[in-house]
Design a protein around this ligand. Structure first.
Ligand SMILES: Cc1cc2nc3c(=O)[nH]c(=O)nc-3n(C[C@H](O)[C@H](O)[C@H](O)COP(=O)(O)OP(=O)(O)OC[C@H]3O[C@@H](n4cnc5c(N)ncnc54)[C@H](O)[C@@H]3O)c2cc1C
Length: 384
């Protein structure tokens, strides 16, 4: 691996930074955070420039890049604004499953419109009654009657639930097999199908302009054509999916940490106390230096995890390390950014309190930090 980004990768970062400087207005972020509203117009603008389809192949209208380039985009967006960054970069969440496992028809139907920003997608695994960390057991079923599968159940905490044009859903298709995860299957369901109902969840701690909701399936009828990947292989497809997408969450965390750190650093250079800029007080200056060291470490863990996937050597331990470490660094940095700004840090207008609220999700979704540590431990035990 090169120990620096290529010229092309640096150019991607620069282009995203310019886009965000122009479009990610702090007032807009504050307003959408208060209204819990998705930045649809921004998503479409970003899609037009190719920023939401980095790793989709060119034949579907994507950029044909890798996960590392995708991470660079996510990082820059979340640096510019923690809420807008997450919302815009998650508009196509779940479409990776179609790309990886979908049929030719499914790819042709969904991917070009995802790449253009005309479609938004969602992926539904988590359920209200059963732990989201453990998707080896699920209650949502798909039962075959003749040529049809009837889906019944409820999924919760689903990103984009109420605004998605289609949803990939993990169901139990074989209820007798043991272990149960050997009987799970993924289906793609269009938003306007009969029996599908979505409701928005309100009052989240952070990422409030990313829409989260419940999805109810009441005898939703689909066919074999809606199966994504192989029948009864949904659990395995989902695990592989998370091994990739959680590197993107690490990139969100790195971007948020970087963004909050920059606000804090700028402030510390000009705010004076006891006759000198607060940056000159060791407790502030040295902590900011230490935090940048951690951000840089988190960044390279993330880039390496993405790069390993891009070269076909996906390493779940590298992915888990990146997500767990980067999300902790994001929490630490955004917390200290509030501290650096003192009373102003506690006000919404100064942005860092929102970065802190937003950063917390990176320790929870797509595998909590505890689950990441268990993964790291599992692979360490194999090695030592
Ligand atoms: C804003 C938001 C967006 C989300 N988006 C989506 C989405 O798009 N699609 C989707 O399917 N889900 C989504 N989720 C759900 C998310 O992935 C789950 O909340 C997460 O995986 C944790 O599951 P849980 O909430 O059921 O917690 P639980 O699994 O019940 O865990 C509770 C606590 O127990 C700990 N724990 C569990 N098992 C162990 C163990 N073996 N060892 C040690 N500790 C353990 C966890 O780490 C956690 O601290 C989203 C959640 C949020 C809040």
């Amino acid at each position: 691996m090169n120990f620096d980004l290529t010229e092309e990768q640096i150019a991607i970062k620069k282009a995203v930074r310019e886009f965000c400087e122009k479009e990610f207005k702090p007032e807009l972020a504050l307003e959408l955070d208060r209204k819990e509203e998705y930045p649809l117009e921004l998503y479409r603008k970003a899609a037009k420039l190719g920023f939401t389809s980095m790793f989709f192949p060119e034949e579907y209208g994507g950029q044909g890049c890798g996960l590392l380039e995708t991470c660079l985009v996510i990082e820059e967006m979340c640096r510019a604004d923690s809420s807008l960054g997450v919302a815009v970069s998650s508009g196509s969440f779940g479409s990776e499953l179609i790309l990886e496992h979908g049929t030719k028809e499914q790819k042709e139907k969904y991917l070009p419109r995802i790449c253009k920003g005309e479609f938004i997608s969602a992926a539904a695994f988590t359920e209200p009654n059963i732990s989201g960390s453990d998707i080896t057991r699920i209650e949502t079923t798909a039962t075959k009657y003749g040529d049809e599968w009837w889906i019944n159940g409820t999924k919760t905490f689903i990103t984009n639930a109420t605004i998605a044009d289609f949803i990939i859903v993990l169901t139990q298709t074989d209820t007798k097999v043991r272990p149960t995860y050997r009987g799970e299957t993924l289906f793609v369901v269009d938003k306007d199908v009969e029996g599908l109902e979505t409701t928005k969840l309100h009052d989240k701690m952070g990422i409030r302009c990313s829409v989260t909701g419940e999805v109810h399936f009441d005898n939703v009828k689909v066919t074999d054509q809606h199966i994504v990947g192989e029948l009864n292989r949904g659990f395995y497809h989902s695990m592989e999916f998370f091994d990739e997408t959680r590197v993107g969450v690490a990139a969100q965390a790195v971007g948020m940490a970087q963004g909050a750190w920059e606000i804090a650093f700028r402030y510390a250079k000009q705010r004076e106390a006891f006759g000198q800029p607060i940056l000159q007080h060791e407790a502030i200056g040295c902590t900011l230096a230490e935090l940048m060291t951690k951000i840089e470490a988190a960044r390279w863990l993330t880039y390496r995890a993405a790069w390993l996937i891009d070269i076909g050597k996906m390493d779940p331990m590298a992915t888990a390390m990146a997500k767990q470490y980067a999300s902790r660094v994001a929490m630490e940095t955004t917390d200290f950014a509030i501290q650096t700004l003192g009373g102003y840090g506690y006000l919404g207008e100064y942005r860092v309190e929102r970065y802190h609220r937003d950063a917390k999700i990176t320790e929870i979704y797509e595998g909590t930090s505890e689950i990441q540590k268990l993964t790291v431990l599992k692979y360490l035990l194999r090695k030592f």
